[in-house]
Design a protein around this ligand. Structure first.
Ligand SMILES: Cc1cc2nc3c(=O)[nH]c(=O)nc-3n(C[C@H](O)[C@H](O)[C@H](O)COP(=O)(O)OP(=O)(O)OC[C@H]3O[C@@H](n4cnc5c(N)ncnc54)[C@H](O)[C@@H]3O)c2cc1C
Length: 403
């Protein structure tokens, strides 16, 4: 899509009102998408998104933008595939260029067990109507010619799953697109406004305390990613969430060399090439808990070693930039989206290392959950209670290098 005529400002900078029907805490992708769909799908426009920093200053503009829906279980397939279908029409819906590029994702298999798990996942995906193929090493090489598939490396490539509708998008544009569209529908986007307390009377939420004064609200939705446990603790809710640093890096700009997305759980790296030309590389989480948006050097070193094993051609590329975000990891590698024991307080968290791809899907479902006070069918399995009932949605296998 051609770049649209930009107004002077993409969104207003309003002073917070003293009361709203709905307050969404967190101006990342999920909070912005939720506000947009509250207004667009449900006509609920008396909404404020409260962001303690700047819009998309958290994980939203720090992630590596991989979008796919090839998860194992039906519950995950439902919500991630809903998101992928929304991605496919999002640029037109928002009227804003988001540079969604469906270049496919290869998930490499390096051991016999990897192969079995991958083939099982392809079959599960097909049963759920999600595009998926199993590829032999030579077919993998056809899709990504610079990948080393020789048998004499430490972890030879024995094949890969391929989802051709997967891809990448430009994360900051996605945030701006949602912000602009939500603002146009009347949502107030309030930056530099930290929520410091949540008011509850007789088991019902009545508003929030913020660094810019108290704000009353009939309903409050939490979409604070890495800070979800901190917010939930304000009302005495102890979430089964661990906050960890997650890092990524980019190389200098290169000519187009890497046509798809490649992920390897075994060597623990994933790589794509951004629209501008940087190689974008990510790894697993730093293993300690923390709220600093940075990570340890040895993780990057290992990630580079893993990348070179798969792509020796990158040996002379330079690292341009590294950074980190704070991800909210749940015990079963699946999100928590739904109701809380407090009436009118709703929770969206636990997306860990893989929530960017869900942005439109979770915004859509969480908006309906907040609008009706009951879970959307696609987020109904992702309750907080599942960690006591045992109805887990274990995506550790399909999440792996979880992006
Ligand atoms: C390095 C890295 C790579 C990743 N790669 C991928 C990937 O390739 N694909 C993928 O699908 N996912 C990926 N992710 C995960 C993805 O970024 C997150 O799951 C997703 O962005 C979380 O939703 P969000 O965008 O709303 O979070 P955020 O953008 O983090 O939004 C939460 C917001 O809440 C705000 N906040 C917190 N506390 C308060 C408070 N008290 N008051 C007001 N505001 C508050 C924060 O400032 C923040 O802006 C990656 C993450 C990282 C860090």
């Amino acid at each position: 899509m051609a770049a649209p005529q930009q107004p002077e400002h993409l969104w207003r900078t309003p002073e917070p009102k003293r009361a709203y029907d709905v307050v969404i805490v967190g101006g990342g992708g999920h909070g912005l998408a939720t506000a947009y769909y509250l207004a667009k799908n449900h006509g609920i426009t008396d909404v404020a998104v409260l962001e303690r920093g700047w819009l998309a200053g958290g994980n939203m503009a720090r992630n590596t933008t991989i979008i796919r829906s090839n998860y194992l279980w039906d519950e995950s397939a439902g919500i991630y595939e809903h998101a992928l279908k929304l991605w496919e029409g999002l640029e037109d819906d928002l009227g804003y260029p988001i540079q969604f590029s469906q270049r496919g994702v290869l998930n490499l298999a390096h051991s016999l067990q990897d192969v079995r798990d991958s083939v099982r996942r392809v079959n599960a995906n097909l049963l759920n109507g999600i595009d998926a193929e199993w590829l032999e090493p030579e077919q993998v090489k056809e899709i990504c010619p610079i990948l080393d598939i020789s048998p004499d490396v430490r972890y030879p490539v024995l094949g890969a799953t391929f989802q051709s509708r997967a891809g990448i998008a430009k994360h900051d544009y996605v945030a701006w697109g949602f912000a602009r569209a939500a603002d146009a529908l009347g949502v107030d986007l309030i930056q530099d406004c930290e929520v410091t307390g949540i008011d509850v009377h007789d088991g019902r939420v009545t508003g929030v305390q913020t660094s810019r004064g108290p704000i009353a609200a009939n309903r409050v939705g939490l979409s604070a990613a890495g800070h979800s446990s901190v917010l939930a603790a304000m009302v005495g809710l102890d979430l089964p969430i661990q906050s960890h640093p997650l890092q990524a890096l980019v190389s200098e700009l290169l000519e187009p060399v890497h046509p798809t997305v490649v992920m390897s759980a075994a060597v623990h790296v994933y790589i794509s090439q951004a629209h501008k030309g940087e190689l974008v590389m990510g790894a697993g989480i730093d293993s300690y808990n923390g709220y600093g948006q940075r990570g340890a050097f040895h993780i990057i070193e290992r990630q580079m070693a893993a990348a070179l094993e798969l792509f020796p051609v990158f040996a002379r590329a330079h690292v341009l930039r590294t950074w980190g975000g704070i991800v909210d990891v749940s015990p079963d590698a699946s999100p928590i989206v739904g109701l809380t024991p407090i009436e009118g307080l709703y929770l969206n968290c636990g997306w860990g290392t893989g929530g960017f791809k869900a942005t439109p899907g979770v915004g859509w479902c969480f908006a309906q959950t907040v609008a009706y006070g009951a879970p959307h069918p696609l987020n109904a399995p992702f309750t907080l209670e599942r960690f006591t009932t045992g109805a887990l949605v274990d995506e550790h296998g399909a999440a792996a290098v979880a992006h």
